[in-house]
Write a protein that binds this ligand. Structure first.
Ligand SMILES: Nc1ncnc2c1ncn2[C@@H]1O[C@H](COP(=O)(O)OP(=O)(O)O)[C@@H](O)[C@H]1O
Ligand SMILES: [Mg+2]
Length: 205
C-alpha cells in the first residue's frame, strides 16, 4: 500500500489534477485507489460529483477528509492499494496530510517564480516525510521551462524525471474520467518504484 500526499502551499498548481490522474492511472493498472479530498476548495469532490452527474464511472472513490480521517488512513498489506490525499494549502490539515502519507508529491508549474513556494513546501514536507517535486503544465522548449529545470538541478532538488506537459485535454478533464493518461502513466511507474523501495525499507528496519 502507498499513501501519497499531493501538496503545495500555492494554489492552482495542479494538486487536484495530479491526484485524480494518479488515481486513474492506478485503477487502469489494476490497482485500487481512493482520493481523500482535504482541500476546503473541494475540487476533487466537485470533479467526482460532476462525473456522476455526467454518468461517468471514475473507477475510484473520492472522499472528503478532515483531521480525523487523515489520522486514520490505516495500512493495507496489498501493494496495489493507493490512498491519495489532495492536500489543502495551509494549516493543521496540511500538516496532517503530510503526516498521513508515506511520500509527498509537490506539483509545481514550469515558472521559476513558483519554485519558491515549491521549495518551501518541499522543505516543510521533508522535515517529516520523503518528498519530490513534479513539474506540471510544462511548456517544453520555452526558456521558463529550461530555467525551472536548471534551477531545480542546481539546487539538487529531488524531482520526478517525468514532466507533465500542458495539455488541453487535461485542462478540460474536470467532471470526466481521464481516458488518456499521457505522462501520468510514467509518473505512476516512478511512484511504484518509490513505493517498492519504501516497503523494502520497512522490512529491513
Ligand atoms: N497538464 C495540464 N495541462 C493543462 N492544464 C492543466 C494541467 N494540469 C492542471 N491544469 C489546469 O490548471 C488549473 C489548476 O489545476 P488544479 O489541479 O485545480 O490545481 P490545484 O489543485 O493545485 O489548485 C486547472 O484549471 C487545471 O485544469
Ligand atoms: Mg485543488
Amino acid at each position: 500500500m502507498m499513501k501519497l500526499a499531493v501538496a503545495n502551499i500555492k494554489g492552482g498548481v495542479g494538486k487536484t489534477t495530479s491526484s485524480m490522474y494518479v488515481a486513474q492511472a492506478v485503477v487502469d493498472r489494476g490497482g485500487v485507489a481512493t482520493v481523500y479530498d482535504a482541500d476546503p476548495q473541494s475540487s476533487a469532490s466537485l470533479w467526482a460529483d460532476a462525473a456522476r452527474d455526467n454518468g461517468e464511472e471514475l473507477g475510484f472513490k473520492v472522499l472528503p477528509a478532515n483531521l480525523s480521517t487523515l489520522s486514520r488512513l490505516g495500512r493495507d498489506e496489498r501493494p496495489d492499494v493507493w490512498r491519495i490525499v489532495d492536500a489543502p494549502p495551509q494549516g493543521k490539515l496540511l500538516q496532517a496530510a503530510i503526516e498521513s502519507a508515506d511520500f509527498v508529491l509537490v506539483p509545481t508549474s514550469d515558472s521559476p517564480m513558483d519554485l519558491q513556494q515549491a521549495w518551501a513546501m518541499l522543505d516543510e514536507a521533508r522535515a517529516s516525510r520523503p518528498a519530490a517535486v513534479l513539474v506540471v503544465r510544462a511548456e517544453p522548449y520555452t526558456s521558463a521551462y529550461r530555467q525551472t529545470l536548471d534551477a531545480l538541478a542546481e539546487a539538487g532538488t529531488p524531482r520526478f524525471d517525468t514532466v507533465i506537459p500542458k495539455r488541453q485535454s487535461i485542462k478540460k478533464a474536470l467532471g470526466s474520467r481521464p481516458r488518456r493518461l499521457y505522462e501520468y502513466r510514467d509518473l505512476l511507474t516512478e511512484l511504484q518504484a518509490i513505493a517498492k523501495d519504501l516497503n523494502g525499507a520497512k522490512v529491513v528496519r
